[in-house]
Design a protein around this ligand. Structure first.
Ligand code: LLP
Length: 414
């Protein structure tokens, strides 16, 4: 796309040659385009502009403080899934009144923390959780603004690990229990039910499951209203797809809008969206250096790079496709396995992939690494979390330092 492109044979992020970034900060390093994030945000806002809505970026996709800040400044709201994510959103300057909290297993501490900050609403995922929120609110002399995450029981086709809206999964309260749940809320005096919510999964290409699930959610809204509740927010979740592989282009956001806007306009409620991946997936690349190039049995070429599943788990965990580009453009291609240094056979970025004929010491860019990249990173093999850099126009700045050996052990006692 236009935010990452070749210029004179060299890969650029906006106006900065990415090789310059790694020269300054080493590798591996995540390089993120600020303009790409803003362009996605604006595309999303444009698609749904006719609706009274608030877009709440799902920070789990990428919660670097500066990434959140870019969206704070743009006017976005935020969806958090834990106390830690709430802490990050607030540190980055998000207004509590624009934050919603989800999570299938919130602890009492997390609920108390969330209530103390005055966020817009906590989305409960079970009747027991509602009882706990009520107790905590009572103890603190407040009324908790809550939403109910409804499990609409639709099947959305995606990777089995990231489908969430069918009745076989752990998420939400079954739609058939809505009425019973509302009766419970009536008895809980320190709860104010203001929202209904769903999230059917992630990287969903088909608009139909959204449509069907939204209709179900609106049915649940009718039940709530008939029982005397005023539902201010209808939250249809995230999951909007992005293109990882040009051969499988994502359904444009406008298609989702075309299908959903007609059933969501003229509601006496604000519509909330929770896109994560859509905002950030294609905004970052992971730069990594080829350490060794070796040939094993049957002429198979391995490119062993200095980054691993510890920085980008998606290929190992979901067999996800990420394009891999030579930073210095090559005329010839080779067929190679691109693998990391971690002692797991599953530690790979790509297998049997056509890639530029790079030599040892040269850089590769693992594309579309902005969502569920850095945030799913680990220290396995006592590897150091990489540096992160934000590019804007011709300028770039460090937004996360590379971890040090000392930081690796800072919480341990000997
Ligand atoms: N809202 C809720 C309640 C969610 O659980 C999620 C994602 C989102 C919003 C944002 O979904 P998005 O718009 O990013 O698809 N690690 C996986 C994705 C897991 C998604 C978990 N929930 C991956 O790398 O593909």
């Amino acid at each position: 796309d236009s935010f990452f492109h070749y210029q004179n044979g060299s890969l650029y992020c906006e106006g900065v040659p990415v090789s310059e970034v790694s020269k300054q900060y080493g590798s591996p390093v995540f390089v993120t385009s600020k303009a790409s994030i803003l362009s996605q945000y604006h595309a999303f806002e444009e698609a749904f502009q006719s609706l009274n809505h608030l877009t709440c970026y799902s920070v789990k996709a990428n919660y670097n403080l500066e990434v959140i800040k870019v969206l704070v400044d743009a006017g976005c709201g935020f969806d958090v899934n834990s106390g830690g994510e709430l802490f990050r959103a607030l540190k980055a300057g998000a207004e509590p009144s624009k934050i919603i909290m989800a999570g299938v297993g919130k602890t009492a501490e997390e609920i108390e923390y969330a209530l103390s900050t005055g966020i817009m609403m906590i989305k409960a995922e079970s009747q027991s959780e509602l009882i706990l929120i009520n107790e905590i609110a009572k103890k603190n002399n407040l009324v908790a603004p809550v939403g109910i995450r409804v499990n609409p029981n639709v099947l959305a086709e995606t990777h089995p690990y990231i489908t969430t809206g069918d009745s076989e999964e752990k998420f939400g309260i079954d739609e058939t229990l809505a009425e019973e749940t509302f009766s419970l809320i009536k008895r809980l005096e320190n709860l104010n039910l203001i929202g209904l919510d769903m999230h059917i999964g992630s990287q969903i290409f088909d608009t139909l499951p959204y449509y069907e699930a939204t209709l179900k959610l609106l049915g649940v809204k009718n039940i709530a209203e008939s029982m005397g509740f005023e539902i201010e927010h209808i939250d249809i979740g995230g999951g909007f797809p992005v293109t990882y592989n040009a051969e499988k282009p994502a359904t444009p956001i406008a298609e989702f809008a075309k299908k959903l806007v007609p059933i969501l306009s003229n509601l006496n409620a604000k519509v909330i969206f929770e896109p994560g991946r859509y905002m950030v997936a294609n905004a970052s690349v992971l730069l990594t250096k080829v350490l060794y190039r070796k040939q094993n049995y049957k002429d198979k070429i391995f490119l062993i790079v200095d980054s691993a599943m510890t920085e980008l788990l998606r290929p190992s965990l979901y067999k996800s496709h990420h394009d891999v580009l030579a930073v210095a453009k090559k005329d010839n291609e080779i067929l190679a396995d691109i693998v990391g240094p971690v002692c797991e056979s599953g530690d790979f970025f790509a297998r049997a992939r056509k890639v530029g004929d790079v030599q040892e010491g040269e850089l590769l860019a693992v594309m579309s690494s902005g969502a569920y990249g850095s945030v799913m990173g680990s220290n396995y093999n006592a590897r150091l979390k990489p540096a992160e850099v934000l590019v804007s126009g011709d300028a770039h700045k460090l937004i996360r330092k590379r971890e040090s050996y000392e930081q690796l052990i800072q919480n341990e006692m000997l």
